[in-house]
Write a protein that binds this ligand. Structure first.
Ligand code: MN
Ligand code: MN
Length: 467
């Protein structure tokens, strides 16, 4: 017998939007038909979705959630709830330094994997997975990578910058090892030589304010590193994913690489699509520090180029790069003159992904509804090996969002549920809102209220990456 029928909504897939009913049984999509009044008559529950959009749940493949700690036992759980409020039904996290991982986890991928699995077990409200950070301090990451892929961690991330950067030679090898074994390397593309030199010069001149974070990371620093990572992918014939692409210059590199058949996908993030470098003009160093992210916010021309890249397929998906830093904690040092290079990098976003892309993208006619579903749900799920996620299709997990496109509101930090204490989008007007969220057929959000259960979210063992 059918458990649940969602009636009268506009069901959106990559192929199109149509009025249809959706039947769910055993946590799986059982039928999508114009009229399921028959199954509805015998179903346990019927939900009216007239006037609503029925979307696949969002798959956020780039977050830096923190695991629970003694002092903050709800840190991971609460961010998973925040994700659900925003319409996200699965997310991938990194275990990079600062997320609660131990020094031993930085030295061994398999230790890191075991540690993170046990720290997050039974703690999430929605489905979730792991992407490991391959630290340059790891003892023998290339030998460990195949076992991580077999354990369901199909993607891991290498950083070209920061003190845990992976040397180019190892990054090249990691790309090949992962590609050969059905995995995929994600790369943070910024050039360490140019960046370190610019930071040293700024500090020497006494330019320590947060705004110099941005001026020391111009877009060519990103573009030259992107070009190098893509050359590695070309030489190894391996799939590679460029994370948080922020600039027109880096976008051009991706476009060129795709034209010659490099197996690259690229993501951008809501902050690069909504905000610009004007945020660094704020005279208050703490407010300015709230936008200390890497890469930094760019120009209006870059922002426009990214929207065009989403529309024309040069960019493949949008993910948040969520970091739950707080004004009063991780960012607070800016008030007492802590130099920009010492300020924690990152900004929150786990709860606002769908809201921002719908409102700034679809409602402003920059992308179609179908393209939004592709960018937020279907492509991230396919590319990252979440085979049962990301689309409204018979036989897939019943992860879905009932979205009201008619509402209007202003985004306020106080209305969010994440473990940060600010939003980079304070005061922004938004069109549309999430009404209901289901994960594997189970209600997590109903009428914009959390009705889920801690631990109901399952760790997703991901399949091999193809393409
Ligand atoms: Mn990064
Ligand atoms: Mn990141």
């Amino acid at each position: 017998m059918t458990d649940l029928v969602i009636r009268g909504g506009t069901v959106v897939t990559v192929e199109g939007a149509r009025l249809a009913d959706v039947a769910i049984r055993g946590g799986v999509i059982e039928a999508i038909e114009p009229d399921l009044s028959g199954p509805a008559a015998g179903a346990d529950r019927v939900v009216d979705a007239s006037g609503m959009l029925v979307l696949p749940g969002v798959v956020d493949v780039h977050t830096h959630t923190r695991v629970a700690s003694g002092a903050l036992p709800d840190r991971f759980f609460q961010d998973s709830v925040a994700a659900a409020f925003g319409g996200t039904t699965s997310f991938l996290s990194f275990n990079n330094p600062g997320t609660g991982s131990s020094p031993a986890a930085e030295r061994s991928l398999l230790t890191g994997l075991r540690e993170w699995r046990s720290a997050t077990e039974g703690d999430s409200a929605i489905d979730y997975g792991l992407s490991l950070a391959i630290s340059g301090h790891a003892d023998d990451p290339l030998t460990e990578l195949p076992a991580t892929i077999e354990a369901g961690v199909a993607t891991s991330k290498a950083f070209m910058v920061f003190d845990f950067r992976l040397a180019d030679r190892d990054l090249f090898k990691a790309m090949r090892v992962m590609g050969d074994r059905g995995g995929m390397l994600q790369v943070h593309c910024e050039d360490p030589v140019l960046l370190d030199a610019a930071v040293a010069t700024a500090l020497q001149r006494g330019n320590v304010l947060p705004r110099y974070h941005a001026s020391t990371r111009p877009s060519y620093v990103e573009a030259v590193a992107t070009a190098r990572a893509l050359a590695f992918a070309r030489a190894t014939d391996s799939p590679v994913h460029v994370v948080h692409l922020s600039s027109a210059a880096a976008l051009d590199e991706v476009r060129r690489a795709k034209a010659v058949g490099v197996r690259v996908t690229a993501e951008t993030c809501p902050h690069y699509l909504v905000l610009t470098e004007e945020a660094y003009d704020d005279p208050d160093p703490v407010r300015c520090a709230c936008f200390v992210i890497s890469p930094p916010l760019r120009t209006e021309a870059d922002r426009d180029a990214l929207w065009a890249g989403l529309a024309d397929g040069t960019l493949d998906l949008v993910a948040t790069d969520h970091v739950p830093d707080r004004v009063d904690t991780e960012k607070a040092g800016a008030a007492t003159g802590l130099s920009f290079d010492q300020i924690s990098n990152g900004a929150p976003g786990i709860e606002t992904l769908l809201a921002l892309i719908y409102s700034e993208g679809v409602a402003r006619d920059r992308i179609s509804l179908e393209r939004m579903v592709d960018l937020l749900c279907t492509t991230p799920a396919r590319r990252f090996g979440l085979a049962r996620k990301g689309a409204l299709e018979i036989g897939l997990d019943a992860d879905l969002v009932i979205f009201d496109p008619r509402t209007h509101r202003r985004l306020r930090a106080g209305d969010l549920h994440h473990t940060s204490d600010y939003t980079p989008y304070e005061g922004l007007s938004l069109a549309g809102s999430v009404r209901d969220v289901l994960v594997r057929g189970r209600a997590v959000i109903t009428d914009s209220q959390y009705v889920g259960r801690r631990g109901a979210g399952k760790f997703v063992e991901r399949e091999h990456v193809t393409g």
